[in-house]
Design a protein around this ligand. Structure first.
Ligand code: ASP
Ligand code: MG
Length: 407
C-alpha cells in the first residue's frame, strides 16, 4: 500500500463527464489499496475567463482581490469531484488551501509555498477518505487567499507529495508524457520513458510546457518521483526522477524550441568595467528576464553586445536601454523579433564530446544560419531566424536519432 498524490489538469476535468472519468481513476487507485490525495486544476479555460473578468473591472487588477477571484476555478472542481466519488461509492472530502493548510508568503498572484500542515489530510486518509485539494491556492499569514502563478497546480501537487512523503506524484494531463520534441512538429517524436529532474528543468524552461518549472525544482529538492501521464490512457507516461547511470547513456534526450524571444544588439559599447552591470542591472530592475547574452571581442576599446528578452518585453527593454546607450556613447541599437531558439538537452552531454559541433553541422547542412549560441552542462541552444524553427527541430531530431524508428 502506497500514498499517492494524483494531480489532474484542466483538460482532464473540463466537464462533468471527464470529472466522472477522473473519479473512476481515483477510485481504482483506492481500490488497489492506496491512500490517495487528489490535486485539481480549474476546468480548462476557466482561469483565463476569471482573469479576463478581473481585467474588465480593473486594468491592473488589485492583487489581493485577483487571488480571491481566480482561485475559485479550482474550488468548483474539488466539490464536484468529491461528489462524483461519493456517488461512485467512495468516501471523499474536499479541503481548501486554508483548511489543509497550505501556507504561503504574502506575494499575491505569485506566492511561494512556505510550509504545509498535513494533520487534517492524514486524519481523513486514515478514515478511508480520498482527500481532494484545489491546486494553485494557499493562505498567507493574514489568512488571505493567495495563488501560486499560472500553472501553479503542478507545484501544489508536488509540494503536497513532499510534505506527505508520498511514494509518487502522478501528473495527469492530456498528453501521454514528455516527448523527444513536439509531435505536432515532428510526427516521429517518441515518448521519453525516464528523464532526470535537471533535463526536465531544461526542457521546461526551454519551451516544453507540460510542467510548471517550479514544480520540477520542488520535486528535485525533495526527491519526489513524478509520473507524467495521460488521464485518458492506461499507458505508462514519463518518469521524472533522480539521475541514474542508464540516463547518462542517452546523449540527447530531446529537442525544444521557443519562438517567443527577441534579440537586441547594442553597437560600439565602451569596453569598461561596469558597463554590462549597468545595462543588465537596469533591465533586471524592471523585472525583465534576459536569456542569452553575447559580448564580442573588443576592438580599440569598443565592443558589441547582443542579448535576448521575451518578445512581450522588447519595448520595455528598449526604453531602458536607449538612454543608457546614448549616455555611454554607443552607436545605435538593432532589434530583431523574427528569431527563435532551438535547443538540444541531455544528461549524457556531460560525458560525451562533440555534441555541440554535431548540432551546428546538422543546422549548417540545411543552410540554417546560427546567430547566437549558449551552452550549459546538459544543453546547447542556438538562436536562428524564426522561419526555420520547424525545419531546425526536424533536422536536429533526426541528427540525434530521436525518432521512433531508429530507437
Ligand atoms: N488554474 C490555474 C491556471 O490555469 C492553475 C493550474 O491549472 O495549474 O493557471
Ligand atoms: Mg498545467
Amino acid at each position: 500500500m502506497a500514498l499517492v498524490v494524483q494531480k489532474y489538469g484542466g483538460t482532464s476535468v473540463g466537464d462533468i463527464e471527464k470529472i466522472s472519468h477522473v473519479a473512476k481513476r481515483v477510485k481504482r487507485a483506492r481500490d488497489a489499496g492506496h491512500d490517495v490525495v487528489v490535486v485539481v486544476s480549474a476546468m480548462a479555460g476557466e482561469t483565463n475567463r476569471l482573469v479576463d473578468l478581473c481585467r474588465q473591472v480593473m486594468n491592473q487588477p488589485d492583487p489581493r482581490e485577483y487571488d480571491v477571484v481566480v482561485s475559485t476555478g479550482e474550488q468548483v472542481v474539488v466539490g464536484l469531484l468529491s461528489m462524483a466519488l461519493k456517488k461512485a461509492g467512495q468516501d471523499a472530502i474536499s479541503l481548501l488551501g486554508h483548511q489543509v493548510a497550505i501556507h504561503t508568503d504574502n506575494s499575491h498572484t505569485r506566492a511561494r509555498i512556505a510550509r504545509i500542515t498535513d494533520g487534517k489530510i492524514r486524519e481523513n486518509l486514515k478514515a478511508g477518505r480520498v482527500v481532494i485539494v484545489p491546486g494553485f491556492q494557499g493562505v498567507n499569514e493574514k489568512g488571505d487567499i493567495t495563488t501560486l502563478g499560472r500553472g501553479g497546480s503542478d507545484t501544489s501537487a508536488v509540494a503536497l507529495a513532499a510534505a506527505l512523503n508520498a511514494d509518487t506524484c502522478e501528473i495527469y494531463t492530456d498528453v501521454e508524457g514528455i516527448f523527444t520534441t513536439d509531435p505536432n512538429v515532428v510526427p516521429e517524436a517518441v515518448k521519453i520513458p525516464r528523464i532526470s529532474y535537471d533535463e526536465m528543468l531544461e526542457m521546461a524552461s526551454l519551451g516544453a510546457k507540460v510542467l510548471q518549472i517550479r514544480s520540477v525544482e520542488f520535486a528535485k529538492k525533495y526527491d519526489v518521483p513524478l509520473h507524467v501521464r495521460s488521464t485518458f490512457s492506461e499507458a505508462e507516461g514519463t518518469w521524472v526522477t533522480r539521475e541514474d547511470r542508464e540516463m547518462e547513456k542517452v546523449v540527447v534526450s530531446g529537442v525544444t524550441f521557443e519562438k517567443n524571444e527577441a534579440k537586441v544588439s547594442i553597437r560600439h559599447v565602451p569596453d569598461h568595467p561596469g558597463i554590462a552591470a549597468r545595462i543588465f542591472g537596469a533591465i533586471a530592475d524592471a523585472g525583465i528576464n534576459v536569456d542569452m547574452i553575447i559580448q564580442n571581442i573588443s576592438h580599440d576599446g569598443f565592443t558589441d553586445m547582443t542579448f535576448t528578452v521575451p518578445k512581450g518585453d522588447l519595448e520595455d527593454a528598449l526604453s531602458i536601454v536607449r538612454p543608457i546607450a546614448d549616455e555611454i556613447g554607443a552607436k545605435g541599437i538593432l532589434t530583431d523579433d523574427k528569431v527563435a531558439k532551438v535547443s538540444i538537452v541531455g544528461t549524457g552531454m556531460r560525458s560525451h564530446s562533440g555534441i555541440a559541433s554535431r548540432m551546428f553541422q546538422a543546422l549548417a547542412d540545411d543552410g540554417i544560419n546560427i546567430q547566437m549560441i549558449s551552452t550549459s552542462e546538459i544543453k546547447v541552444s542556438c538562436v536562428i531566424e524564426s522561419k526555420y524553427t520547424e525545419l531546425a527541430v526536424r533536422v536536429l531530431h533526426n541528427a540525434f536519432d530521436l525518432g521512433g524508428d531508429s530507437v
